[in-house]
Design a protein around this ligand. Sequence first.
Ligand SMILES: [Zn+2]
Length: 271
Amino acid sequence: MNGAWWMVALCAMAILLSVSVEAQRAGTAARAKKRLLVVSHTAGFRHEGAINSFDKIIAELAEKSGQFTVEHCRTAEDVKRMMTPEALKRYDGIIFSNTTGNIGIPDLKAFLEWVKTGKAVIGIHAAADTYHDEPAFVEMLGGEFLTHGAQCEVEVIVEDPRHPAVAHLAPRFRVFDEIYHFKNNERARLHVLGSMDRHPPDGLPGAGQPGDYLLIWCKPYGRGRVFYTGLGHREDVIESEWYKQHILGGIRWALRIVRAPEPQVGRPRPQ
Ligand SMILES: [Zn+2]
């Protein structure tokens, strides 16, 4: 092999190398923004106003943060098309925006496995009123809606002020919304972010009595992360600045955009 050939071969290798570095850079830039799918299809009660308000704020949060993009999955047909194992590969996480009932994910088991590979799930309010007939979904989300009373004002205790979803809130903040009760208290399996130390004054039996009522939490799910907030029924709540920050913090945490401690399940409520 003569010297000239070697020069040609070396030049070709150098060009190939620089092309692949460029391609990698371009790929990194394209991947810099995470992709979220906002699912708002309902097979039970429909929170029409809340879903519309959430669509509004999520567009604003995506644009202002510049950290993620959103696509919408609004109908049964959308769910069938956009939530197949193949289609899910496009996304880094899912927001269940007031979904209810069995929304028809084509392969629920594959969906849950997909979350476990390191994806994000963000559940809003009635997300806990979804898939009552699928214990694996309920286990992933961390809670199942039981009932609610009249809308009321409650005092929410922030349990982990280091968490970006609640760091901006007062240690005990007040909110007027529809407050969910859950079938079980799953504190042992959750990293609780917000709770109440008495039954909400919602007209149901036990109103005002001391107890441990969970409202906001996060948890690991395989290598994935789940964030859930029971708040988000009323449009004025959803469109308030503190709530937008609450959601943005939860999204950033679940997508691992911000550094935050790993979830620790089973923490007792701070005294
Ligand atoms: Zn509601």
